[in-house]
Every structure is written in structure tokens, then in C-alpha cells.
Design a protein around this ligand. Structure first.
Ligand SMILES: [Zn+2]
Length: 220
């Protein structure tokens, strides 16, 4: 079947003995086919999947013991290597129930295999906050919550596989930010919390607040 064909219903008269994954081109709101391939159905779990385990140290007020997060990858029908399973392990059960739910849900969604699913699931985690306050993590900087921390590591994992989660800052903006960074360092200006990316990288220069991390800017 060609990737542009939409499967039509077929009456099944005999017993199903095997199944395969169909690929279709999704149609965008404007009626044009999207470049993203969508796979219909859940991919079968492979017997062996290579994975990476990350040690996540939450803030002391969240949990003293580290959380170990394992992400396994597999090759999808379009030839890309993407995450397919997520596991958590920790010496305590403080966050056991919600991280277990997260792992089960994300594993299922990733195996559902829509090409934009890894990015979508990570973006949702990056939005999570904790009423008890965020903390500084040695590996990723300031985080708003344990969920945000997990999201940043997942993002790093996805980037290592070539999956882009957030828009890259254009080069001309990067140059402006680098100039502002040097200026801020000279003047000894300490960064404050960015409302967009949550890094403590917002500096006030020339009447504008600018985040040296993500480029967020507010003047006046
Ligand atoms: Zn920012």
C-alpha cells in the first residue's frame, strides 16, 4: 500500500492470523497532506530494545533519594529511532504512583507511533509546576518540578535521537543574546527567572528584560 492511500474498511470473512502496521499521510486543517507519517495501530513490542538509564536527583524538599529513569528506543516503520518504553525506579515510593502512571501512559502512547508523539508528550511535562517550589538540578539547571526535570531529560534524550522538541533560536537572535550575555557579565547583572523557559537567565539591559536562554523579551 502506498503511504498516501487511506485504508478502506474490508469485510473479514475468515479468522485473522496475522496483522501489519498501515501507514497513511494525515491531512492538515487546510486539506493538504501533512509531511508527518501516521501509523495506524499500536506497534508490536520487540523482545529486545536498547535503552539508557538516567539518574535524576530531585530537590531535597521533593525527595531525598534519586529517581532512575530508563528510556528504551526502537526503530519505527519509517526508519527513525524513537523512544518506545519508559520505566522509573527509586528506593522510595514517594512519587511511585504518578511516575508509574506516567511511564505506562507514555510507553503506550509512544508505541502508538504517531511521529509527533514524543515531542508532544515531552512538551506537556515541560509545563508542569510544583506548589512546593522548584529547585536547581546539577544536570539541567533550574526546574519548576520533578515533572519538568523529567521532561528536560526526555528532551535531551530525544535530541540525541534527532527528535526536535522545541524551536531552535535563529542565529541572528543567538548573536544578540551572546552580546547581551557579555554585557550582563561585565555589569555583574544576575539573571532572574524566565516565565517562558524557567531558567534564571532574564537580565535587564537597555530598558528590556531578555532571557539569555530562550530569547524571551519584554520591554518597558
Ligand atoms: Zn527563557
Amino acid at each position: 500500500m502506498s503511504p498516501t492511500e487511506i485504508p478502506t474498511p474490508v469485510k473479514i470473512a475468515s479468522t485473522i492470523v496475522s496483522a501489519d502496521i498501515a501507514t497513511v499521510k494525515p491531512v492538515t486543517d487546510k486539506g493538504k497532506p501533512s509531511n508527518d507519517l501516521v501509523f495506524v495501530g499500536k506497534l508490536p513490542r520487540k523482545k529486545e530494545c536498547p535503552g539508557i538509564t538516567y539518574e535524576i536527583q530531585p530537590g531535597q524538599h521533593i525527595q531525598e533519594e534519586p529517581v532512575f529513569m530508563t528510556i528504551s528506543n526502537m526503530e519505527f516503520p519509517d526508519g527513525t529511532i524513537r523512544p518506545c518504553q519508559l520505566f522509573f525506579q527509586s528506593a522510595t515510593e514517594t512519587h511511585g504512583s504518578w511516575v508509574d502512571l506516567l511511564a505506562r501512559t507514555y510507553s503506550r502512547v509512544w508505541q502508538e507511533a504517531r511521529i509527533d508523539f514524543p515531542a508532544w508528550t515531552v512538551k506537556k511535562l515541560l509545563q508542569t509546576t510544583d506548589a512546593r517550589g522548584g529547585y536547581y538540578a546539577a544536570d539541567v539547571g533550574f526546574v519548576k518540578s520533578l515533572g519538568h526535570h523529567i521532561g528536560l531529560i526526555l528532551e535531551k534524550h530525544c535530541l540525541s535521537l534527532g527528535i526536535k522538541i522545541r524551536e531552535k533560536i535563529p542565529e541572528n537572535i543567538q548573536r544578540i543574546l551572546a552580546t547581551k550575555q557579555i554585557e550582563a557579565e561585565k555589569l555583574g547583572i544576575k539573571g532572574t527567572l524566565c516565565p517562558k523557559c524557567s531558567h534564571k537567565k532574564v537580565v535587564r539591559l537597555d530598558g528590556c528584560d531578555t532571557c539569555l536562554e530562550c530569547g524571551y523579551s519584554k520591554c518597558g
